[in-house]
Write a protein that binds this ligand. Structure first.
Ligand code: OOG
Ligand code: NI
Length: 472
Protein backbone atom coordinates (compact mmCIF):
# COMPACT_ATOMS: atom_id res chain seq x y z
CA UNK A 1 0.00 0.00 0.00
CA UNK A 2 1.17 3.48 -0.87
CA UNK A 3 1.37 5.42 2.38
CA UNK A 4 1.44 8.83 0.77
CA UNK A 5 -1.52 8.32 -1.58
CA UNK A 6 -4.50 10.50 -0.76
CA UNK A 7 -7.75 8.83 0.19
CA UNK A 8 -11.01 9.84 -1.49
CA UNK A 9 -13.30 12.01 0.66
CA UNK A 10 -15.95 9.29 0.17
CA UNK A 11 -13.75 6.77 1.97
CA UNK A 12 -13.09 9.19 4.84
CA UNK A 13 -16.83 9.80 5.17
CA UNK A 14 -17.53 6.07 5.22
CA UNK A 15 -14.97 5.53 7.97
CA UNK A 16 -16.40 8.40 9.98
CA UNK A 17 -19.97 7.21 9.59
CA UNK A 18 -18.99 3.72 10.77
CA UNK A 19 -17.19 5.17 13.81
CA UNK A 20 -20.19 7.30 14.72
CA UNK A 21 -22.49 4.32 14.49
CA UNK A 22 -20.23 2.30 16.76
CA UNK A 23 -20.01 5.12 19.30
CA UNK A 24 -23.74 5.78 19.34
CA UNK A 25 -24.44 2.09 19.80
CA UNK A 26 -22.37 2.21 22.97
CA UNK A 27 -23.83 5.49 24.18
CA UNK A 28 -27.49 4.69 23.46
CA UNK A 29 -28.07 0.91 23.54
CA UNK A 30 -31.61 1.32 22.13
CA UNK A 31 -29.98 2.48 18.91
CA UNK A 32 -28.42 -0.97 18.53
CA UNK A 33 -31.80 -2.60 19.13
CA UNK A 34 -33.33 -0.35 16.50
CA UNK A 35 -30.64 -1.28 13.96
CA UNK A 36 -31.48 -4.96 14.43
CA UNK A 37 -35.20 -4.27 14.00
CA UNK A 38 -34.62 -2.14 10.89
CA UNK A 39 -32.44 -4.89 9.36
CA UNK A 40 -35.17 -7.47 9.93
CA UNK A 41 -37.86 -5.23 8.49
CA UNK A 42 -35.77 -4.32 5.43
CA UNK A 43 -34.97 -7.98 4.83
CA UNK A 44 -38.68 -8.90 5.02
CA UNK A 45 -39.71 -5.98 2.78
CA UNK A 46 -37.29 -7.06 0.06
CA UNK A 47 -38.41 -10.70 0.34
CA UNK A 48 -42.10 -9.72 0.09
CA UNK A 49 -42.06 -7.07 -2.61
CA UNK A 50 -40.85 -7.88 -6.12
CA UNK A 51 -40.22 -4.27 -7.09
CA UNK A 52 -38.12 -3.67 -3.98
CA UNK A 53 -36.28 -6.92 -4.64
CA UNK A 54 -35.35 -5.78 -8.14
CA UNK A 55 -34.10 -2.51 -6.72
CA UNK A 56 -32.45 -3.66 -3.50
CA UNK A 57 -31.26 -7.24 -3.76
CA UNK A 58 -27.52 -7.67 -3.97
CA UNK A 59 -26.75 -4.44 -5.81
CA UNK A 60 -25.24 -1.10 -4.82
CA UNK A 61 -28.61 0.25 -3.62
CA UNK A 62 -28.62 -2.43 -0.95
CA UNK A 63 -25.02 -1.76 0.04
CA UNK A 64 -25.92 1.89 0.43
CA UNK A 65 -29.05 1.13 2.44
CA UNK A 66 -27.17 -1.00 4.96
CA UNK A 67 -24.82 1.84 5.92
CA UNK A 68 -27.21 4.73 5.39
CA UNK A 69 -27.50 7.02 8.45
CA UNK A 70 -28.10 10.62 9.27
CA UNK A 71 -27.19 12.33 12.51
CA UNK A 72 -27.82 15.74 14.04
CA UNK A 73 -25.83 18.25 16.05
CA UNK A 74 -26.57 21.71 17.42
CA UNK A 75 -23.85 24.34 17.47
CA UNK A 76 -23.53 27.46 19.58
CA UNK A 77 -21.52 29.98 17.57
CA UNK A 78 -20.80 31.20 14.07
CA UNK A 79 -17.18 30.18 14.55
CA UNK A 80 -18.16 26.61 15.42
CA UNK A 81 -20.34 26.39 12.32
CA UNK A 82 -17.57 27.79 10.15
CA UNK A 83 -15.05 25.22 11.34
CA UNK A 84 -17.61 22.44 11.11
CA UNK A 85 -18.04 23.24 7.42
CA UNK A 86 -14.30 22.78 6.88
CA UNK A 87 -14.37 19.48 8.81
CA UNK A 88 -17.24 18.11 6.75
CA UNK A 89 -15.56 19.25 3.53
CA UNK A 90 -12.71 16.83 4.26
CA UNK A 91 -15.34 14.06 4.11
CA UNK A 92 -16.96 15.31 0.90
CA UNK A 93 -19.98 16.77 2.72
CA UNK A 94 -21.34 20.17 1.70
CA UNK A 95 -24.09 22.33 3.18
CA UNK A 96 -27.38 21.74 1.38
CA UNK A 97 -30.56 23.67 2.07
CA UNK A 98 -31.55 26.23 4.70
CA UNK A 99 -34.11 25.31 7.35
CA UNK A 100 -35.68 27.97 9.54
CA UNK A 101 -36.87 26.16 12.67
CA UNK A 102 -37.96 29.34 14.46
CA UNK A 103 -41.35 28.99 12.76
CA UNK A 104 -41.78 25.87 14.87
CA UNK A 105 -40.75 27.55 18.08
CA UNK A 106 -37.21 26.24 18.08
CA UNK A 107 -34.54 28.95 18.29
CA UNK A 108 -32.20 27.55 15.64
CA UNK A 109 -31.63 27.56 11.92
CA UNK A 110 -30.00 24.71 10.10
CA UNK A 111 -28.48 23.10 7.07
CA UNK A 112 -27.67 19.50 6.15
CA UNK A 113 -24.11 18.53 5.35
CA UNK A 114 -24.12 15.73 2.81
CA UNK A 115 -22.44 14.51 -0.37
CA UNK A 116 -23.89 16.16 -3.48
CA UNK A 117 -22.65 14.12 -6.45
CA UNK A 118 -24.73 11.07 -7.45
CA UNK A 119 -21.67 8.79 -7.32
CA UNK A 120 -20.73 10.00 -3.83
CA UNK A 121 -24.32 9.57 -2.62
CA UNK A 122 -24.34 6.05 -4.00
CA UNK A 123 -21.16 5.25 -2.12
CA UNK A 124 -22.32 6.49 1.28
CA UNK A 125 -24.95 9.22 1.71
CA UNK A 126 -24.06 10.04 5.35
CA UNK A 127 -25.67 13.34 6.31
CA UNK A 128 -25.54 15.52 9.40
CA UNK A 129 -28.39 17.91 10.11
CA UNK A 130 -26.55 20.83 11.67
CA UNK A 131 -28.27 23.58 13.61
CA UNK A 132 -26.96 26.89 14.86
CA UNK A 133 -28.44 28.42 17.98
CA UNK A 134 -29.93 31.88 17.43
CA UNK A 135 -28.94 33.62 20.63
CA UNK A 136 -30.72 36.76 19.50
CA UNK A 137 -33.97 34.87 20.11
CA UNK A 138 -33.34 34.73 23.87
CA UNK A 139 -35.51 37.55 25.13
CA UNK A 140 -33.76 38.10 28.49
CA UNK A 141 -30.71 40.23 27.80
CA UNK A 142 -28.73 39.18 30.86
CA UNK A 143 -29.33 35.51 30.11
CA UNK A 144 -28.35 36.06 26.49
CA UNK A 145 -25.04 37.52 27.67
CA UNK A 146 -24.48 34.62 30.06
CA UNK A 147 -25.02 32.13 27.25
CA UNK A 148 -22.81 34.03 24.83
CA UNK A 149 -20.05 34.24 27.43
CA UNK A 150 -20.13 30.50 28.12
CA UNK A 151 -20.03 29.70 24.41
CA UNK A 152 -17.15 32.11 23.77
CA UNK A 153 -15.05 30.21 26.25
CA UNK A 154 -15.40 26.70 24.84
CA UNK A 155 -13.37 24.84 22.24
CA UNK A 156 -15.26 22.00 20.65
CA UNK A 157 -12.53 20.77 18.28
CA UNK A 158 -9.35 18.99 19.27
CA UNK A 159 -6.08 20.67 18.19
CA UNK A 160 -5.15 17.61 16.14
CA UNK A 161 -8.49 17.69 14.27
CA UNK A 162 -7.86 21.33 13.40
CA UNK A 163 -4.30 20.59 12.29
CA UNK A 164 -5.47 17.77 10.03
CA UNK A 165 -8.16 19.96 8.42
CA UNK A 166 -5.45 22.50 7.69
CA UNK A 167 -3.26 19.78 6.21
CA UNK A 168 -6.11 18.51 4.02
CA UNK A 169 -6.81 22.01 2.76
CA UNK A 170 -3.13 22.59 2.03
CA UNK A 171 -2.36 19.39 0.15
CA UNK A 172 -5.79 18.49 -1.20
CA UNK A 173 -6.50 15.39 0.87
CA UNK A 174 -5.41 13.03 3.64
CA UNK A 175 -3.49 9.77 3.53
CA UNK A 176 -5.10 6.66 4.96
CA UNK A 177 -3.27 7.01 8.29
CA UNK A 178 -4.08 10.70 8.54
CA UNK A 179 -7.71 9.95 7.74
CA UNK A 180 -7.88 7.38 10.54
CA UNK A 181 -6.46 9.91 12.97
CA UNK A 182 -8.81 12.59 11.64
CA UNK A 183 -12.03 10.61 12.07
CA UNK A 184 -11.05 9.62 15.63
CA UNK A 185 -10.30 13.24 16.53
CA UNK A 186 -13.55 14.49 15.01
CA UNK A 187 -15.45 11.81 16.89
CA UNK A 188 -14.40 13.57 20.11
CA UNK A 189 -16.44 16.61 19.10
CA UNK A 190 -19.58 14.47 18.71
CA UNK A 191 -19.18 12.58 21.96
CA UNK A 192 -21.59 12.83 24.90
CA UNK A 193 -20.21 14.40 28.09
CA UNK A 194 -22.14 13.76 31.24
CA UNK A 195 -20.23 16.50 32.97
CA UNK A 196 -22.02 19.82 32.42
CA UNK A 197 -19.82 22.91 32.17
CA UNK A 198 -22.17 25.19 34.14
CA UNK A 199 -23.79 25.11 37.55
CA UNK A 200 -27.16 23.51 38.08
CA UNK A 201 -28.68 26.96 38.59
CA UNK A 202 -27.36 28.32 35.30
CA UNK A 203 -28.51 25.16 33.56
CA UNK A 204 -31.96 25.69 35.00
CA UNK A 205 -32.17 29.31 33.85
CA UNK A 206 -31.16 28.42 30.32
CA UNK A 207 -33.46 25.43 30.35
CA UNK A 208 -36.37 27.60 31.41
CA UNK A 209 -35.71 29.97 28.51
CA UNK A 210 -35.78 26.96 26.17
CA UNK A 211 -34.65 23.38 26.74
CA UNK A 212 -32.70 23.48 23.55
CA UNK A 213 -30.64 26.42 24.72
CA UNK A 214 -29.51 24.43 27.75
CA UNK A 215 -28.66 21.50 25.49
CA UNK A 216 -26.44 23.64 23.29
CA UNK A 217 -24.82 25.86 25.89
CA UNK A 218 -24.19 23.71 28.96
CA UNK A 219 -21.87 21.03 27.61
CA UNK A 220 -18.36 20.75 26.35
CA UNK A 221 -19.41 19.99 22.80
CA UNK A 222 -22.28 19.40 20.41
CA UNK A 223 -22.97 15.76 21.27
CA UNK A 224 -24.65 13.92 18.42
CA UNK A 225 -28.30 13.77 19.45
CA UNK A 226 -29.51 10.97 17.19
CA UNK A 227 -28.37 8.67 14.43
CA UNK A 228 -31.01 7.50 12.03
CA UNK A 229 -31.05 4.35 9.90
CA UNK A 230 -33.17 4.18 6.75
CA UNK A 231 -35.91 1.59 6.49
CA UNK A 232 -37.94 0.37 3.53
CA UNK A 233 -41.08 0.00 5.67
CA UNK A 234 -41.45 2.57 8.41
CA UNK A 235 -44.95 1.40 9.38
CA UNK A 236 -43.55 -2.05 10.20
CA UNK A 237 -40.73 -0.57 12.30
CA UNK A 238 -43.15 1.74 14.13
CA UNK A 239 -45.40 -1.24 14.87
CA UNK A 240 -42.46 -3.43 15.96
CA UNK A 241 -40.82 -0.94 18.31
CA UNK A 242 -42.94 -1.60 21.44
CA UNK A 243 -42.10 -5.35 21.36
CA UNK A 244 -38.48 -4.31 21.53
CA UNK A 245 -39.06 -2.12 24.54
CA UNK A 246 -38.99 1.13 22.57
CA UNK A 247 -41.87 3.62 22.65
CA UNK A 248 -42.21 5.61 19.43
CA UNK A 249 -43.84 9.03 19.13
CA UNK A 250 -47.52 8.85 18.25
CA UNK A 251 -47.50 9.77 14.59
CA UNK A 252 -45.17 9.25 11.69
CA UNK A 253 -44.13 12.63 10.29
CA UNK A 254 -44.48 13.36 6.60
CA UNK A 255 -46.65 11.93 3.85
CA UNK A 256 -48.98 8.93 4.32
CA UNK A 257 -48.03 5.40 3.19
CA UNK A 258 -48.18 5.28 -0.62
CA UNK A 259 -47.47 2.94 -3.51
CA UNK A 260 -44.80 5.37 -4.70
CA UNK A 261 -43.10 6.80 -1.60
CA UNK A 262 -42.29 10.50 -1.78
CA UNK A 263 -39.91 12.67 0.21
CA UNK A 264 -39.41 11.45 3.72
CA UNK A 265 -41.38 9.75 6.48
CA UNK A 266 -39.87 9.78 9.98
CA UNK A 267 -40.64 8.65 13.47
CA UNK A 268 -38.61 8.83 16.65
CA UNK A 269 -38.42 7.65 20.23
CA UNK A 270 -37.25 9.52 23.26
CA UNK A 271 -34.07 8.33 24.84
CA UNK A 272 -33.99 8.09 28.60
CA UNK A 273 -33.26 11.04 30.80
CA UNK A 274 -29.52 10.88 31.19
CA UNK A 275 -27.66 11.64 34.41
CA UNK A 276 -25.49 14.75 34.34
CA UNK A 277 -23.09 16.15 36.84
CA UNK A 278 -22.96 19.87 37.55
CA UNK A 279 -19.71 21.40 38.78
CA UNK A 280 -19.42 23.62 41.84
CA UNK A 281 -20.99 26.98 41.15
CA UNK A 282 -18.41 29.54 40.14
CA UNK A 283 -20.71 31.93 38.40
CA UNK A 284 -22.44 33.77 41.20
CA UNK A 285 -25.04 31.07 41.80
CA UNK A 286 -23.56 30.08 45.13
CA UNK A 287 -24.53 26.96 46.96
CA UNK A 288 -25.88 25.02 44.02
CA UNK A 289 -22.77 23.31 42.74
CA UNK A 290 -21.54 19.76 42.56
CA UNK A 291 -24.89 18.17 42.14
CA UNK A 292 -26.45 15.47 40.01
CA UNK A 293 -29.23 16.15 37.57
CA UNK A 294 -30.70 14.75 34.41
CA UNK A 295 -30.84 15.95 30.84
CA UNK A 296 -32.96 14.69 27.97
CA UNK A 297 -30.55 14.98 25.12
CA UNK A 298 -30.50 12.07 22.82
CA UNK A 299 -33.10 10.10 20.97
CA UNK A 300 -33.59 7.53 18.25
CA UNK A 301 -35.18 8.01 14.88
CA UNK A 302 -35.91 6.04 11.73
CA UNK A 303 -36.81 7.20 8.29
CA UNK A 304 -38.13 5.97 4.99
CA UNK A 305 -37.02 7.86 1.93
CA UNK A 306 -38.96 8.28 -1.28
CA UNK A 307 -38.84 10.26 -4.49
CA UNK A 308 -37.48 13.79 -4.64
CA UNK A 309 -40.14 16.25 -5.77
CA UNK A 310 -39.87 19.08 -8.27
CA UNK A 311 -40.80 22.58 -7.15
CA UNK A 312 -44.29 21.92 -8.49
CA UNK A 313 -44.51 18.61 -6.61
CA UNK A 314 -43.21 20.18 -3.45
CA UNK A 315 -45.72 23.03 -3.66
CA UNK A 316 -48.52 20.47 -3.89
CA UNK A 317 -47.05 18.52 -0.95
CA UNK A 318 -46.78 21.65 1.19
CA UNK A 319 -50.32 22.75 0.36
CA UNK A 320 -51.77 19.34 1.22
CA UNK A 321 -49.78 19.05 4.43
CA UNK A 322 -50.98 22.49 5.46
CA UNK A 323 -54.56 21.32 4.95
CA UNK A 324 -53.93 18.29 7.17
CA UNK A 325 -52.35 20.42 9.88
CA UNK A 326 -55.30 22.77 9.89
CA UNK A 327 -57.69 19.84 10.14
CA UNK A 328 -55.56 18.34 12.93
CA UNK A 329 -56.16 21.41 15.04
CA UNK A 330 -54.01 23.66 17.14
CA UNK A 331 -51.50 21.12 18.33
CA UNK A 332 -53.01 20.87 21.79
CA UNK A 333 -52.88 17.10 21.75
CA UNK A 334 -56.13 16.16 20.02
CA UNK A 335 -54.33 16.05 16.71
CA UNK A 336 -53.07 12.48 16.97
CA UNK A 337 -56.45 10.89 16.80
CA UNK A 338 -57.67 10.63 13.27
CA UNK A 339 -54.47 12.13 11.88
CA UNK A 340 -53.75 9.10 9.72
CA UNK A 341 -57.20 9.11 8.14
CA UNK A 342 -57.07 12.85 7.49
CA UNK A 343 -53.61 12.49 5.99
CA UNK A 344 -54.74 9.68 3.68
CA UNK A 345 -57.88 11.57 2.64
CA UNK A 346 -56.15 14.83 1.85
CA UNK A 347 -53.22 13.14 0.10
CA UNK A 348 -55.56 11.27 -2.25
CA UNK A 349 -55.07 14.41 -4.36
CA UNK A 350 -51.37 13.58 -4.84
CA UNK A 351 -50.90 11.23 -7.84
CA UNK A 352 -49.57 7.85 -6.78
CA UNK A 353 -48.52 6.31 -10.05
CA UNK A 354 -44.96 6.54 -11.34
CA UNK A 355 -45.95 7.49 -14.89
CA UNK A 356 -48.44 10.12 -13.72
CA UNK A 357 -45.87 11.64 -11.39
CA UNK A 358 -43.37 11.87 -14.24
CA UNK A 359 -45.76 13.13 -16.89
CA UNK A 360 -47.16 15.79 -14.57
CA UNK A 361 -43.66 16.95 -13.65
CA UNK A 362 -44.11 16.28 -9.93
CA UNK A 363 -41.02 14.14 -9.27
CA UNK A 364 -37.38 13.87 -10.32
CA UNK A 365 -36.11 10.85 -12.25
CA UNK A 366 -32.91 9.26 -13.41
CA UNK A 367 -33.17 8.11 -17.04
CA UNK A 368 -31.38 5.05 -18.34
CA UNK A 369 -31.27 3.04 -21.52
CA UNK A 370 -33.18 -0.22 -21.42
CA UNK A 371 -31.46 -3.29 -22.95
CA UNK A 372 -33.37 -2.46 -26.15
CA UNK A 373 -32.09 1.10 -25.92
CA UNK A 374 -28.54 -0.22 -25.52
CA UNK A 375 -28.95 -2.24 -28.71
CA UNK A 376 -30.29 0.75 -30.57
CA UNK A 377 -27.57 3.12 -29.45
CA UNK A 378 -24.44 3.71 -31.46
CA UNK A 379 -26.05 3.27 -34.88
CA UNK A 380 -26.56 6.03 -37.39
CA UNK A 381 -29.78 8.02 -37.56
CA UNK A 382 -31.98 9.89 -35.17
CA UNK A 383 -34.69 8.66 -32.87
CA UNK A 384 -37.14 11.04 -31.28
CA UNK A 385 -35.72 13.46 -28.73
CA UNK A 386 -38.99 13.35 -26.84
CA UNK A 387 -38.39 11.44 -23.63
CA UNK A 388 -41.98 10.18 -23.35
CA UNK A 389 -41.73 8.82 -26.89
CA UNK A 390 -38.44 7.09 -26.03
CA UNK A 391 -39.99 5.54 -22.94
CA UNK A 392 -43.06 4.54 -24.96
CA UNK A 393 -40.79 2.87 -27.52
CA UNK A 394 -39.17 0.84 -24.72
CA UNK A 395 -35.73 2.40 -25.27
CA UNK A 396 -35.50 4.33 -22.01
CA UNK A 397 -36.56 3.69 -18.45
CA UNK A 398 -37.04 6.18 -15.63
CA UNK A 399 -36.40 5.52 -11.95
CA UNK A 400 -37.16 7.99 -9.18
CA UNK A 401 -34.36 10.04 -7.63
CA UNK A 402 -34.28 9.52 -3.89
CA UNK A 403 -34.92 12.55 -1.69
CA UNK A 404 -31.62 13.17 0.12
CA UNK A 405 -32.73 16.09 2.31
CA UNK A 406 -34.97 16.95 5.25
CA UNK A 407 -38.41 18.42 5.87
CA UNK A 408 -38.58 21.39 8.23
CA UNK A 409 -42.10 20.61 9.40
CA UNK A 410 -41.07 17.03 10.23
CA UNK A 411 -37.88 18.27 11.82
CA UNK A 412 -39.98 20.58 13.98
CA UNK A 413 -42.20 17.65 14.98
CA UNK A 414 -39.14 15.60 15.87
CA UNK A 415 -37.63 18.48 17.85
CA UNK A 416 -40.89 19.03 19.73
CA UNK A 417 -41.44 15.42 20.61
CA UNK A 418 -37.95 15.16 22.03
CA UNK A 419 -37.93 18.38 23.97
CA UNK A 420 -40.17 16.70 26.44
CA UNK A 421 -43.91 16.73 26.35
CA UNK A 422 -45.77 19.93 26.37
CA UNK A 423 -43.22 22.64 25.81
CA UNK A 424 -44.34 24.56 22.76
CA UNK A 425 -42.70 27.91 23.18
CA UNK A 426 -42.97 30.15 20.20
CA UNK A 427 -40.09 32.30 19.12
CA UNK A 428 -41.33 33.29 15.74
CA UNK A 429 -38.71 35.19 13.85
CA UNK A 430 -37.63 35.98 10.34
CA UNK A 431 -35.65 33.38 8.48
CA UNK A 432 -32.07 34.58 8.41
CA UNK A 433 -30.39 32.70 5.61
CA UNK A 434 -27.94 35.50 4.85
CA UNK A 435 -26.71 35.58 8.45
CA UNK A 436 -26.47 31.81 8.51
CA UNK A 437 -24.40 31.74 5.33
CA UNK A 438 -22.17 34.50 6.63
CA UNK A 439 -21.46 32.36 9.70
CA UNK A 440 -20.94 29.30 7.55
CA UNK A 441 -18.57 31.15 5.26
CA UNK A 442 -20.28 29.77 2.16
CA UNK A 443 -23.67 29.69 0.50
CA UNK A 444 -25.79 26.57 0.98
CA UNK A 445 -26.69 24.53 -2.10
CA UNK A 446 -30.24 24.78 -3.38
CA UNK A 447 -31.31 21.15 -3.05
CA UNK A 448 -33.81 21.33 -5.90
CA UNK A 449 -31.09 22.56 -8.25
CA UNK A 450 -29.03 19.47 -7.34
CA UNK A 451 -31.88 17.12 -8.30
CA UNK A 452 -32.46 19.08 -11.50
CA UNK A 453 -28.80 18.72 -12.39
CA UNK A 454 -28.78 14.97 -11.70
CA UNK A 455 -31.89 14.46 -13.82
CA UNK A 456 -30.56 16.63 -16.64
CA UNK A 457 -27.23 14.80 -16.68
CA UNK A 458 -28.93 11.41 -16.96
CA UNK A 459 -31.12 12.70 -19.80
CA UNK A 460 -28.14 14.07 -21.65
CA UNK A 461 -26.36 10.70 -21.53
CA UNK A 462 -29.45 8.87 -22.79
CA UNK A 463 -30.12 11.32 -25.58
CA UNK A 464 -26.51 11.38 -26.70
CA UNK A 465 -26.47 7.59 -26.87
CA UNK A 466 -29.66 7.50 -28.92
CA UNK A 467 -29.21 10.55 -31.07
CA UNK A 468 -27.39 8.55 -33.72
CA UNK A 469 -29.30 5.34 -33.17
CA UNK A 470 -30.99 3.38 -35.94
CA UNK A 471 -34.71 2.79 -35.66
CA UNK A 472 -35.51 -0.59 -37.12
C1 OOG B 1 -32.48 17.87 14.51
C2 OOG B 1 -33.86 17.47 14.12
C3 OOG B 1 -33.98 17.35 12.61
C4 OOG B 1 -34.56 15.39 11.12
O1 OOG B 1 -34.38 14.19 10.83
O2 OOG B 1 -35.46 16.06 10.62
C5 OOG B 1 -33.64 16.01 12.09
C6 OOG B 1 -32.25 18.03 15.99
O3 OOG B 1 -33.07 17.61 16.82
O4 OOG B 1 -31.18 18.57 16.31
O5 OOG B 1 -32.69 15.38 12.42
NI1 NI C 1 -33.17 13.31 12.21
Amino acid sequence: MNHTALLSPDEIRSRFSALMSEMYRQEVPQYGTLLTLVDEVNEAAVARDGALRAQFEGGPERARLDVERHGAIRLGTAQELHTMRRIFAVMGMEPVGYYDLSVAGVPVHSTAFRPVEPAALARNPFRVFTSLLRLELIADEALRETAAGILRGRHIFTPRALALVGRCEAVGGLTSDEADAFVCEVRETFRWHRQATVSAATYQQLHDAHRLIADVVCFKGPHINHLTPRTLDIDAVQAGMPQHGITPKDVIEGPPPRRVPILLRQTSFKALDEPVLFPEARDGNAGTGGQMGTHTARFGEIEQRGMALTRKGRALYDALLQRVRQADGDGSGGETQGHEQRLAQVFAAFPDDMDDLRRQGLGFFRYRLTPLGEQASGGAGMVSQDIEALIGAGLVQAEPLIYEDFLPVSAAGIFQSNLGGTQRKTCSAQAAQAAFEAALGAPVHDEVALYEAAERASLAVVKAALSDAVVE
